[in-house]
Design a protein around this ligand. Structure first.
Ligand SMILES: Cc1cc2nc3c(=O)[nH]c(=O)nc-3n(C[C@H](O)[C@H](O)[C@H](O)COP(=O)(O)OP(=O)(O)OC[C@H]3O[C@@H](n4cnc5c(N)ncnc54)[C@H](O)[C@@H]3O)c2cc1C
Length: 367
């Protein structure tokens, strides 16, 4: 049985920021991440990020990860932070507050933290259609991992399903790797992602089929093509299906928060469509209904890395403060700064959906 003051589960931008913040106040922190390399989504993102200057807008995602690693390293050297990669948290046991995790595929460990920050990110949604279990049907995150982390092109001709930011960005990255995009399907009547990404794709001659979906993957053992069809506003198929020649089908149809551990801890949860799934109710300092558990980043609702980093800072600060690290003046000053940053990130039309979602789950205080 190991112990730690604060256990951060997930080493993406939210978890890394939480660990840096808590350690900067003097807390002892352990970070677990199931991947071989920390950084979460950031290490797959070769494009320059939007967001705010404070959260490194205009910097490529993988370079933002390097900035966070550098900050974290400083706290690792001072012995305040311990980082475990290839370590997956597998369970939270509410009777004694113990978390179990597996290192690699062999070592099974139990740890009893005083406080926990859940920063487990998101998982990809998939859609049902005949033959969607054939090799060659991927989620966009898997394609990014193959391509941008391991340097492996997934195939030659990709049909992309989904014209949100992820579908558009991954299509562009595939083209940069020399892979042909035979088309992008979007069920809605308009493109969901930013126009700047869509314009780049269109300029390269890739057709974007609005109000279209995939109705079947073709092939015996691997993908040899796909049937696509126009749909109406009620998603009912119109006209005849059209055959598309491709060897890869990439699904970029949305993300949903990874919240299994929060359920296990009996945190109060709510389904909030604007935040893309079930999320934990939380107070302004990201504390859930469980007094020793905080949440941050995509696990608290799908948003962006910039917001994930600020939420991580807030959760790290609050968890450390609950253990009497730092002074009340420091807490007040930092909390005001981070809340202002979040407010700026969520301002205007772009943040409207998130603000509406947060109204559903943000509680004044748990008392
Ligand atoms: C294609 C694409 C483009 C994007 N572009 C932008 C952009 O331009 N600007 C922007 O601000 N954002 C962008 N984002 C969004 C951004 O990447 C995410 O919002 C951000 O990474 C969320 O951070 P996170 O730390 O909450 O989760 P993640 O980055 O997903 O990290 C979660 C981590 O938790 C780990 N984990 C999960 N479960 C466990 C467990 N049980 N035990 C141990 N570890 C676990 C995972 O391995 C992962 O490393 C983009 C995302 C994608 C996919």
């Amino acid at each position: 049985m190991k112990t730690t003051e604060i256990l951060v589960i997930g080493g993406g931008p939210a978890g890394l920021s939480a660990a840096i913040e808590a350690a900067s106040l003097g807390a002892e922190v352990t970070v677990l991440d199931s991947d071989l390399k920390l950084g979460g989504q950031l290490i797959k993102q070769t494009h320059k990020f939007f967001g705010s200057k404070e959260e490194h807008a205009g910097t490529r995602g993988l370079s933002i990860a390097d900035i966070l690693f550098e900050e974290l390293e400083h706290h690792q050297e001072s012995g305040k932070v311990k980082v475990l990669s290839n370590a997956t948290a597998t369970g939270y046991y509410k009777e004694d507050g113990v978390v179990s995790y597996v290192v690699g595929e062999e070592e099974y460990v139990r740890i009893k933290p005083k406080k926990i920050i859940m920063a487990t990110g998101a998982q990809e949604r998939l859609i049902p259609f005949p033959n969607n279990d054939l090799p060659g049907v991927y989620g966009a995150g898997a394609i990014q991992t193959l391509m941008n982390v391991y340097g492996v092109a997934p195939g030659d001709k990709v049909l992309m399903v989904g014209a949100g930011n992820i579908g558009l960005i991954v299509s562009y990255q595939l083209m940069q790797a020399g892979v042909e995009i035979v088309g992008i399907l979007e069920a809605m009547p308009k493109i969901g992602g930013y126009w700047v990404h869509a314009a780049k794709i269109r300029r390269m001659g890739v057709p974007i089929y609005l109000q279209h979906t995939i109705t079947e993957a073709l092939g015996e053992k691997v993908i040899e093509g796909a049937l696509i069809q126009e749909i109406d506003n009620c998603f009912k198929p119109q006209g005849e299906p059209k055959k598309i020649d491709c060897d890869i089908i990439c699904l970029a149809v949305g993300l949903t928060p990874t919240c299994e551990l929060l359920w296990q801890a009996d945190c109060s949860m709510k389904f909030v469509p604007q935040l893309c799934g079930y999320v934990a109710r939380r107070d302004a300092l990201m504390r859930t209904s469980h007094p020793d558990i905080w949440v941050a980043g995509d696990a608290a609702g799908i948003e962006e890395a910039s917001a994930a980093m600020v939420e991580g800072r807030i959760a790290g600060l609050a968890a450390a403060a609950s253990l009497n690290h730092g002074t009340p003046e420091e807490h007040k000053e930092r909390s005001a700064l981070y809340h202002k940053r979040l407010e700026d990130l969520r301002a205007g039309e772009v943040g409207e959906k998130i603000r509406a979602g947060l109204c559903e789950v943000c509680c004044e205080c748990w008392g």
